[in-house]
Design a protein. Sequence first.
Length: 311
Amino acid sequence: MTEAPGPQSRPDGAVDLRAEYERAGVQAVLDQLDRELVGLKPVKARIREIAALLVVNRARELVGLETAPPSLHMSFTGRPGTGKTTVAERMSKILHGLGYVRQGHVVTATRDDLVGQYIGHTAPKTREMLKRAMGGVLFIDEAYYLYRPENERDYGAEAIEILLQVMESNRDDLVVIFAGYKERMDVFYQSNPGLSSRVANHIDFPDYSAEELLAIAQLILAAENYRFSDEARFAFGDYIQRRMQLPFFANARSIRNAIDRARMRQANRLFSRMGSAVTKLDLMTIEAEDITASRVFQGEVEGLDPARPLI
C-alpha cells in the first residue's frame, strides 16, 4: 500500500471519517461522476460502497486494528457506451486520493497490447503494459479475448498467467479492471478460476433508458454550445427509439455519434444559405430536419458503410 496521510484522530482517539472522506477528494470525484454520467444509480452506489470500505480500512489502521489489505481488482460488465471507461478513470482518482495507488492514472489495454504472435513475444508485451500501469489502474477492455481455448497455439493463457502473478504480488500498487459484455465475461471467469478468485468487485453497467439517452444528448449539446429546437428534441426522441432496435447499438457512444452527424447536417444546411446572415441562435440550434435525414428512419445503421455519405 502506498504512503498517504491517513484519517486524523481526535483527542479522544476517535477517527473523523467525514474529514478523511473530504480530505481524499472522494466526494468531489463522486460529484463529478454524477455530473458526467446520467443514471447508473446501481453503479454509483457500488462505487460509494467501495470508497466507504477504503476509508474505514484506513481508520482501522490508525487505531491499531489488524487489517487485511482489501482486494481492489474489479470487473466492469455491460454493453459499449455505458460509462465503464469513465468510471474506471474516476475510480483511479479515489484510489489515489486514499493512497492505495501512487499515481492514479489509467492505462487501457486490449488483447493486441498484451498477447504476442509468436513464442517469446507475449511476456515482454504484457510486462510492458503492466509497467506502464504500475501505480495506477490497468483497464483491460473486452478481456475475454485473452482466452481462446479453441486455439492450442494461442498465447493468451501466458498473458493471463503473468497478469495473475502481478495482480497478487503488486496488489498494493496496481488495480486491474477487466471489462466487457457480461455473458462473455461470465464464461471468461468460469474458465479461469485463479482469475475469478482475485477479482472481488463485480459491477454491472445497465443499458440506458430512452429518457436517459435523450438527457445525455442534451448534455452533449450543451457542453458544445448547441441546442435542440422543440421539434428536433421530439425527432431525436424518435431517433433514439428506432436506433435502439437496430444492430450495433452502443448506448451513449451511439448518441454522441448521432449528435456529431446532426451537427454536420446543420452545418451543411447553414452553408447552403451562403449569402444570407445567420444569427447566434441559428448557429446553436439543431433542427428536426438535421435529425430526420438520418438513414435510421429507413431502418438502416447509419455510418456502418463508409462508402455511403452521411449527408
